[in-house]
Write a protein that binds this ligand. Structure first.
Ligand SMILES: NC(=O)c1ccc[n+]([C@@H]2O[C@H](COP(=O)([O-])OP(=O)(O)OC[C@H]3O[C@@H](n4cnc5c(N)ncnc54)[C@H](OP(=O)(O)O)[C@@H]3O)[C@@H](O)[C@H]2O)c1
Length: 256
């Protein structure tokens, strides 16, 4: 796996404290081809999962404090990479927000829309990832294939929207998709070896999906480890011509 990347390459996972991000960090650490994994999280010290991985993979795992909505912290991350002359071949933006158990919940109807809550969802799901592209694309490895992927969601597809609702989450993921597509066009001129992709993980058993799992059949609810393996396999198969695309966990293209 990951044979499309050079040996000893560096991967950076943004949003790694738990859920799919943590499973991606663990999978990457178990891949012989991966040299170093930079695990970014709002509170790396508060993540039991990262602490467990640090015990077994000290030396290859580097934790970085990063709130994706803080542009100063994004600049500091970029400065740190420059200082260490570290050029990642793989960057995955994982962090996303749907609900917080404290008032932020997917909207069922127009009356549920709230300016500040929508701003928060857009900040994490779309604006932060846009600034991540701004700061990290120029710092990615220039030898061989490099990939900048972001976890989107099928519900962000406008063409596939049959049920309505979930205004902020749907539209923030649609914005994320457009940002990645736009950056992929600029990358064709400026960062020619980088493939950008929006990825849908499928319904995965995490805090994010837990309140909405009741009607999901068992075989359609994936474990984080299964999804991490599938997403890395999709990333491994990406070619330059795929850049700017929107792909599901099984490699299928998703309509905009
Ligand atoms: N689970 C699903 O069924 C599903 C389906 C489709 C798409 N997705 C997408 O997949 C991605 C991962 O979801 P998940 O299911 O793993 O969710 P999760 O278990 O709820 O984890 C969310 C992650 O995002 C981080 N995060 C939230 N706000 C942040 C911020 N401001 N800065 C940095 N990190 C922040 C959280 O960190 P803290 O621990 O600090 O809060 C946590 O690591 C999301 O983009 C989600 O939209 C998930």
């Amino acid at each position: 796996m990951l044979s499309s990347f050079p040996p000893n390459f560096t991967a950076l996972i943004q949003g790694s404290s738990r859920g799919i991000g943590l499973a991606l960090v663990e999978r990457l650490l178990n891949e012989p081809r991966v040299g170093r994994v930079l695990a970014c999280a709002r509170r790396p010290d508060g993540s039991a999962g990262l602490a467990r991985l640090a015990e077994t993979h000290a030396g290859r795992l580097q934790m970085v404090q990063l709130d994706i909505t803080d542009s100063g912290q994004l600049e500091a991350l970029a400065d740190g990479l420059r200082a260490e002359r570290l050029r990642p071949h793989l960057v995955i933006n994982v962090a996303g927000i749907l609900h917080d158990g404290q008032g932020l919940a997917p909207e069922k109807r127009l009356e549920d829309l709230d300016f500040e809550r929508m701003q928060r969802v857009f900040a994490v799901n779309a604006l932060g990832p846009a600034l991540l592209c701004r700061h990290l694309l120029p710092l990615m490895a220039t030898d061989g294939k490099a990939v900048l992927a972001a976890l989107s969601a099928r519900v962000g597809s406008i063409g596939d929207n049959r049920l309505g609702g979930w205004y902020a989450y749907r539209s923030s993921k649609a914005a994320l998709n457009q940002i990645l597509k736009t950056a992929s066009i600029e990358a064709r001129r400026r960062f020619k070896n980088v493939v950008l992709a929006a990825l849908h993980p499928g319904t995965t058993d995490t805090n994010l999906s837990r309140p909405f799992q009741a009607n999901v059949p068992d075989d359609k609810l994936f474990s984080t480890d299964f999804v991490a393996e599938r997403l890395l396999s999709v990333i491994d198969q990406l070619e330059l011509g795929d850049s700017g695309g929107f792909f599901a966990w099984d490699g299928q293209s998703i309509p905009w």
